[in-house]
Design a protein around this ligand. Structure first.
Ligand code: DX5
Ligand code: ZN
Length: 220
């Protein structure tokens, strides 16, 4: 199978202690750190942007898996690249006309391109971005409406994951929203290999236990 990547969502961390929270998650076994970038427009919430990524980058070498919930992702490519982002995942809903340019620029800044889709967006909409000339390396299937942590996992999204996994056996498929011990088996058996988890990891008395449980479910 495809390697498991467990990515705690730093949205559930104490932002005032971001560097130590990141360090704590890595010690607990995290592969990636999931960073939720929001603009208060694409989603009704505002979090952090390139300046915070740049500050965090000074404290860690970790893979920063950046999820751009913004209306104009193209505007973020250069600043995020300079700041030290590792993955740059934009939303398909706002990139229908310029995804090729977007992917090309993301790669030229040394970042790994990914595409995300909201629960209401059909999976077919990402096929061209996976098969195209400048293709993405990861698809993020949202399992909640983007904007906030702590929401309930939408099991009906697993159909999208299954369909994607059948078509693309070696693609990185990420799920984001409501993942934890009670929902991981549904996601893993559908074929997801990159697992974002915010409240289930940060809310646990022992995050390391949750992270290893998520990993063993994916790795089987
Ligand atoms: C929601 C974000 C998620 C969020 C997940 O818009 O994209 O990354 O932090 O949090 P949980 O795991 O609590 O649903
Ligand atoms: Zn996210």
């Amino acid at each position: 199978g495809v390697a498991a990547k467990i990515a705690p969502s730093m949205l559930s961390s104490d932002f005032a202690n971001l560097a130590s929270e990141a360090e704590r998650m890595l010690k607990c076994g995290a592969d990636w750190l999931h960073m939720d970038i929001m603009d208060g427009h694409f989603v009704p919430n505002l979090t952090l942007g390139a300046p915070v990524i740049q500050s965090l980058r000074k404290h860690t070498k970790a893979y920063l898996d950046c999820h751009l919930m913004v209306t104009n992702p193209l505007d973020y490519v250069e600043p995020m690249g300079k700041a030290g982002a590792s993955g740059f995942t934009f939303h398909v809903e706002v990139s229908k006309d310029n995804w090729q340019e977007l992917v090309q620029r993301i790669k030229s800044k040394g970042m790994t391109p990914g595409v995300a889709l909201k629960p209401g967006t059909p999976i077919e909409e990402v096929y061209p971005l996976i098969e195209g000339e400048n293709c993405v390396e990861m698809v993020l299937v949202m399992t909640v409406e983007p904007g906030f942590g702590g929401q309930k996992f939408m099991p009906e999204m697993m159909e999208k994951v299954r369909t994607l996994r059948q078509r693309y056996p070696s693609l990185d498929i990420e799920v984001d929203g409501g993942l934890g011990p009670s929902t991981i088996d549904a996601a893993a058996s559908a074929g997801a290999n990159c697992i974002v988890a915010g409240s289930s990891v940060f809310g646990a008395p022992e995050p390391a236990t949750v992270i290893s449980l998520l990993r063993s479910s994916v790795e089987g």
